[in-house]
Ligand binder design. Structure first.
Ligand code: SF4
Ligand code: SF4
Length: 256
């Protein structure tokens, strides 16, 4: 059974009128966060969200409890799309063939200087805070008009604003690898805490590591100095480092 079929089935199993039907937005885990305040206080979900948002959010939180930000690395379609646009940019800017474990020589996507990158990564926490505050006084989810997932997957570019969001998302993904995930994603910001407490984690054996930096070249979210900071809040548990490392057992996945 595909995940989509599972979610549609889940939607119809939930009790209450608001679990039936609903917009594309009802499938968004972050919609569950945006609508939480409205549901807890007046007892109604925000427009375009419904009880399904809570079920999807619970699944995401369950995965995160065990495997940290693995949702970002394995399940979020927005991440896959950004990687696809980055691949286009590499080809358009001169890369003929990508060699695994080697830093791309293509001009794009590029990286900000480390200091700028470090500060920009805090932006997503600000985005999360603003959305949480706005959700206490909104009728629609605060991200409704500016959500890239909605711009891409709802197949309804109903406003010029949403069309510009889509264009901006494509252009930024081509210019900077995983721009949305690294700097803006409020769901990513929310899931950071699970990287600290989840039992499933990537471990590097420093005695076996040769500091060849193959893992750094492959990391989709450009975590600098991977062998030193594998417990980084930025790690999306994609396991590219484990796949890429040529040293036996230098990178392993451990539970506990
Ligand atoms: S963990 Fe593996 S790929 Fe990464 S620097 Fe060490 S030896 Fe190289
Ligand atoms: S450190 Fe490894 S698991 Fe984490 S995001 Fe980078 S490549 Fe993926």
């Amino acid at each position: 059974m595909s995940p989509g079929t599972f979610l549609i089935g889940l939607r119809h199993m939930l009790p209450g009128e608001s679990s039936r039907g609903g917009a594309f937005d009802a499938f968004c885990p972050f919609g569950g966060v945006e609508t939480l305040w409205a549901y807890v206080t007046p007892g109604q979900t925000l427009k375009t969200t419904n009880l399904l948002n809570f079920s999807v959010l619970l699944v995401v939180l369950g995965v995160s409890l065990i495997a940290g930000r693995a949702f970002c690395g394995w399940m979020c379609p927005i991440g896959t799309l950004q990687d696809m646009f980055a691949g286009w940019a590499r080809r358009l800017s001169g890369e003929k063939k990508q060699i695994r474990g080697k830093k791309s020589k293509a001009r794009f996507p590029t990286q900000f200087p480390p200091r700028v990158d470090k500060w920009l990564r805090y932006l997503k926490y600000l985005v999360l805070a603003v959305i949480l505050i706005a959700s206490t006084m909104s009728v629609y989810p605060p991200l409704y008009d500016i959500c890239p997932a909605r711009a891409v997957f709802s197949f309804q570019l109903t406003t010029p604003l949403l069309a510009s969001v889509l264009l901006t998302f494509i252009v930024t993904s081509m210019l900077v690898k995983r721009f949305w995930c690294k700097y803006l994603s409020p769901l990513g910001a929310l899931l950071v805490v699970f990287n600290k407490i989840s039992p499933l984690r990537v471990v590097i054996d420093r005695d076996r590591c040769t500091h060849c930096n193959r893992c750094e070249a492959e990391c989709p979210v450009d975590i600098p100095g991977i062998p030193e900071i594998i417990r980084s809040a930025e790690c999306i548990r994609c396991l590219e480092c484990l796949e890429t490392c040529a040293m036996p057992d230098a990178v392993t996945l451990r539970l506990g």
